[in-house]
Ligand binder design. Structure first.
Ligand code: PLP
Length: 446
């Protein structure tokens, strides 16, 4: 066989070659069909081959596909910024800074937060407070904010010492408490960390409204974000929401934080924003944060060649319009409730299942070696990878999620199919997953 020179995530694994996609299905070049049970990396929210989006992309490509952002603006980029501002639906305007990936969006958010204080003459507020069991991206700034042991460990000496507080992870509460008698100790820990580090050193606090890749969908208890928002305000710290995974309808609301009626000062978007049709991401910045920047250096100290390119802007705009025109956020809520119920009904009793949780079509399944004591496998995600591989063999794609933190979860998958999934397709997904998980459980002798 001819040697492949393409660097892949795992070099010794055989990857199928994709041929085409239609709806929730992907087909390889041998004709095998796969359910896209995770929308790729929680990205292809509309599924594949959506006529309206393809048409918009063709129309834009026929006009112009690229202009440089410091020479031209474009109609799709302007309209996209307006649309996002409407979707945030806040008392103040949110400006859009377009980038190409979630990592760039969170890294820009970090820089904007620092710049906000600098514009006001404060050069000490340079640190970003973040949480363990989190993932904000792979570039060094984004990785510095990420509480993801596996992805950090090779670069630790190059990273800022950012993650400070524990995650609001009720299944594995760091304080060994139960909600609501815990009185949200995890939120109060944010205040304790601010006091320890000193508010005058902290530019912002970043959090994924619902934790994704690092923990297998961790939904915080009610009241957590209201408390955290109040603490940030009290200590003059900007609140940054990393909505790269949770944003644009994925959880059954337009933004993850909408579940708790909280607004962030800066919002990072990516993934579902263009539903995989083009690389597109954004950092949304509130008027409050923009004001000193507009009155000061009048520019955000970041930018990329492909920022705000018309082709990606047109595809993202078409995605947002498609979601609105087809009431897909409501559909996510309905489909998500059904999928979560069916997963719980079918899988909960298996010995290997620790927890099944989520909101909308962002659902996590956590695996344990001993259900009674919630013992995780301590094997760096090996069991999760086995499950993901076996599922792929049986025609189901799911997303592995593991922060590699002993005793803090570590073995989970994310199930996040396209918003347009039908009930019978949900049944097919659940039935394949049930078969796969039962097989692996047997193999492990549980
Ligand atoms: N933030 C969150 C919450 C993510 O889930 C991810 C990716 O998984 C990122 C940031 C990084 O995005 P990207 O892989 O597009 O750089």
């Amino acid at each position: 066989m001819k040697r492949s020179l393409l660097i892949k995530p795992t070099m010794n694994e055989q990857y199928p070659t994709v041929s085409y996609g239609k709806g929730i299905y992907l087909y390889d070049n041998k004709g095998k069909r796969y359910i896209d049970g995770s929308s790729g990396a929680v990205t292809a929210s509309l599924g594949h081959g959506v006529y309206e989006i393809i048409k918009s992309m063709q129309n834009q490509a026929n006009k112009v596909s690229f202009v440089y952002r410091s020479q031209f603006t474009s109609e799709p980029a302007e309209r996209l910024a307006e649309k996002l501002n409407k979707l945030v639906d806040a008392d103040e305007d949110y400006w859009s800074f377009f980038v190409n990936s979630g990592s760039e969006a969170t890294e820009t958010a970090m820089k904007v937060a620092i710049q906000y204080w600098q514009e006001q003459g404060n050069f000490k507020k340079q640190r970003i407070l973040s949480r363990w069991v989190s993932y904000h991206g792979i570039t060094l700034g984004a990785l510095s904010m990420s509480g993801h042991i596996n992805r950090r460990e090779r670069f630790v000496s190059l990273l800022e010492d950012y993650p400070s507080v524990t995650a609001p992870y009720c299944y594995r509460c760091s304080f060994d408490k139960t909600y609501p008698t815990c009185q949200l100790m995890c939120a109060h820990e944010v205040e304790a960390a601010i006091k320890r580090i000193g508010a005058d050193h902290i530019a912002g606090f970043i959090a994924e409204p619902i934790i994704g890749a690092a923990g297998g969908v961790i939904v915080p208890p009610d009241g957590y974000y209201q408390k955290v928002r109040e603490i940030c305000d009290r200590y003059n710290i900007l609140f940054i929401a990393d909505e790269v995974m949770t944003g644009i309808g994925r959880t059954g609301k337009m933004f993850g934080l909408d579940h708790w009626g909280v607004k962030a000062d800066i919002v990072a978007l990516g993934k579902g924003m263009s539903a995989g049709f083009t690389p597109m991401a954004a950092t949304l910045v509130s008027e409050k944060v923009m004001k000193p920047i507009l009155e000061g250096s009048n520019s955000i100290m970041s930018g990329h060649t492909y920022s705000a390119n018309p082709q990606s802007a047109a595809s993202a705009l078409a995605v947002l319009e498609y979601i609105e025109n087809n009431n897909l956020v409501d559909k996510v809520k309905e489909n998500g409730t059904y999928l979560l119920k069916r997963l719980k009904e079918e899988l909960s009793n298996l010995e290997i299942i620790g927890d099944i949780r989520g909101k909308g079509l962002m659902i996590g399944v956590e695996f344990v070696s001993d259900k009674n004591i919630k013992q995780s496998f301590h094997n760096n995600g090996a069991v999760t990878n086995k499950i993901v591989k076996k599922a792929r063999e049986k025609g189901l794609l799911i997303y592995p999620s593991s922060a590699g933190q002993d005793g803090v979860g570590g073995d989970a998958i994310i199930i996040s199919p396209p918003f347009i999934i039908l009930k019978e397709e949900i049944e097919e997904l659940v039935s394949i997953l049930m078969e796969v998980v039962s097989d692996i459980q047997k193999e492990l002798g549980l």
